[in-house]
Design a protein around this ligand. Structure first.
Ligand SMILES: Nc1ncnc2c1ncn2[C@@H]1O[C@H](COP(=O)(O)OP(=O)(O)OP(=O)(O)O)[C@@H](O)[C@H]1O
Ligand SMILES: [Mg+2]
Length: 330
């Protein structure tokens, strides 16, 4: 691994919920997360809906402020808390850390033509010197994301574009400022299956060209496996990272019982391997509420192997067989 570009240190995010009529309650959407992403690395973040993936992505982009802990960004030979960055350093971080969101319809202003979505960031960050140069760069970007000839797209409004085309424009806009780090949050989940691989390959090509690092958020293990092959996967459950390591190692031999159950939904083409894979029988299918998560290991109410310690003590993420696992069984 190269030097980490961005470090997440003991980060938690608490949201207040309800409270209009009843007592105010709180949920810990992200609970004491530690991770690092190096230059040009991919970390796929996998977990069920509501486990805190988008919240973690937004925290890493400083779109949300942590309730505790810090997000550190490597800038001018030092790690600095992104919330302490000022002036030129903050601008540099903002430029270098970009989001590709899930819903391409929500990203683009419906009243603005494609060209007006692409040129402002180029001018704002002085990547283009003037409007003419910005337009030329916008054309190159559209070609790069597979929208050609670009002139055909410049004058169109978002409503005249398909979901796949819109997502390509969202990608073009995110990469236009040459970011070092991209959070791709379910970037392909709203697209047709036939388009997904194309967009995933586009994102992988961009990484080759620009040496970008990705936090690649998905609820789909098969997509994570494809996108993060030869890289790393982190599995999240109710705000915690429960397992993190090399993609193939986790897929061939998941250690955390939760990873095992998630993987049960991924088809394995190799019948020998498929037979070898033991699937745990869950004690309960119900995902506990984040308002009152079970004490100890949050997975204990569903885990088939839970022992008394699992109800008492929160397991720490520890190194087991060359990866990190948060489970008392190891
Ligand atoms: N601004 C907010 N205010 C209150 N609660 C929030 C807020 N944002 C997220 N949450 C809650 O935090 C939890 C985690 O949400 P988050 O969107 O991070 O999950 P996710 O893993 O991205 O889910 P999905 O796969 O559905 O996108 C959820 O219970 C969600 O309702
Ligand atoms: Mg999400």
């Amino acid at each position: 691994m190269t030097i980490p570009l961005i470090r997440v240190e003991e980060v938690s995010k608490i949201f207040p919920v309800g409270g209009v009529f009843g007592a105010k309650k709180y949920i810990k959407a992200v609970d004491n997360v530690n991770l690092e992403i190096g230059e040009n690395e991919i970390l796929a973040l996998v977990g069920e809906s509501g486990c805190g993936k988008s919240t973690l992505g937004k925290l890493m982009l400083a779109l949300l402020k942590p309730s505790s802990g810090s997000i550190l960004y490597y800038i001018n030979h030092k790690y600095k808390d992104v919330w302490s960055l000022k002036g030129e350093e903050f601008r540099e971080y903002r430029r270098n850390a970009q989001l590709i969101p899930q819903d391409p319809y929500s990203t683009l202003n419906p009243m603005k033509k494609v060209i007006s979505a692409l040129t402002p960031p180029l001018l704002r960050y002085k990547i283009a010197r003037n409007r003419r140069e910005a337009k030329k760069m916008a054309a190159e970007l559209l070609e790069m994301v597979g929208l050609s000839p670009p002139e055909d797209f410049f004058e169109r409004f978002p409503c005249r574009l398909s979901g796949g085309q819109l997502q390509r424009i969202a990608i073009a806009r995110a990469i236009s400022v040459k970011p070092k780090f991209i959070v791709a949050d379910e970037a392909v989940s709203m697209l047709d299956a036939s388009l997904r691989i194309e967009i995933l390959n586009l994102l992988l090509n961009i990484r080759k060209r620009l040496k970008t690092a990705y936090l690649f958020i998905t609820h789909d293990f098969a997509i994570a496996r494809y996108f993060a092959r030869n890289e790393r996967i982190a599995v999240m459950y109710l705000g915690n990272i429960v397992e993190m390591g090399r993609t193939e190692e986790i897929i061939q031999n998941p250690l955390h019982p939760y990873t095992q159950t998630l993987l049960a939904t991924v088809p394995i083409p190799d019948p020998k391997l498929a037979r070898k894979r033991e699937l745990p029988k869950l004690r309960s299918l119900e995902i506990p509420s984040l308002i009152s998560p079970p004490p100890g290991c949050k997975f204990n109410t569903r885990c088939p192997y839970a022992e008394s310690i699992c109800e008492e003590k929160t397991p720490e993420l520890r190194e087991v067989k060359g990866r990190l696992v948060a489970c008392h069984l190891f």
